[in-house]
Design a protein around this ligand. Structure first.
Ligand code: SF4
Length: 184
């Protein structure tokens, strides 16, 4: 069988013929006017200082999850196993942070999603981002830390969960387990 070489110069130019590598010296100088924001999101200035600091710290962790989108973590999450509520999954926790960074949601909109997490860490171990990179790069998905950070941000921002407040009040009142019988 004779191998036929494809004809060149016919049809539209092949975009892959000259691959573009951001920052390469061989690039057309005009491209310098379009630095890394060519493919990146346009930064949004968040007015709330606490939220701005929060997303600055956690945006990369959340994009690592949000951009992979496999959702294997859902099946090992005890909260998901019981409730089947998509808003309480590790994936949703990270997606919320992405939405906050884009100015679509505020802490008051998402805080209640984080009340059920047990911080067991099963989702982190099941995540391929941990499994494929943990040994070599010493990297792991940090869902538990994101949950803790959101809870802290909520309290600092004055966003409280009524049932948590009740629990704390009864703990103070009864100086014991809030669900036990009332002291006489
Ligand atoms: S740490 Fe939270 S989100 Fe992750 S598996 Fe445990 S309960 Fe689910």
């Amino acid at each position: 069988m004779t191998q036929v070489e494809p004809e060149r110069g016919i049809g539209p130019p092949d975009a892959l013929a000259v691959p573009f590598t951001p920052g390469a010296p061989s690039n057309d100088p005009q491209l310098d006017a379009f630095p890394e924001t060519v493919a990146g999101p346009v930064p949004i200035e968040l007015t709330d200082r606490r939220t701005a600091e929060f997303v600055e710290e956690w945006r990369n962790a959340s994009y690592n999850c949000y951009s992979s989108g496999h959702k294997f973590c859902r099946e090992v999450c005890p909260v998901m196993q019981v409730t089947r509520n998509e808003s309480w999954t590790p994936t949703a926790f990270h997606a919320n942070v992405v939405a906050m960074e884009r100015g679509e949601l505020e802490i008051a909109d998402v805080a209640a999603d984080y009340v059920n997490c047990t911080q067991c860490g099963a989702c982190e171990l099941r995540c391929p981002n941990t499994l494929f990179t943990g040994d070599f790069y010493r990297f792991r998905t940090r869902t538990v830390d994101v949950v803790k950070a959101v809870r802290a941000l909520a309290v600092e921002s004055g966003v409280h969960q009524e049932r948590w407040r009740t629990w704390n009040a009864r703990t103070d009142e009864r100086t014991h387990e809030p669900c036990s019988a009332r002291p006489r």
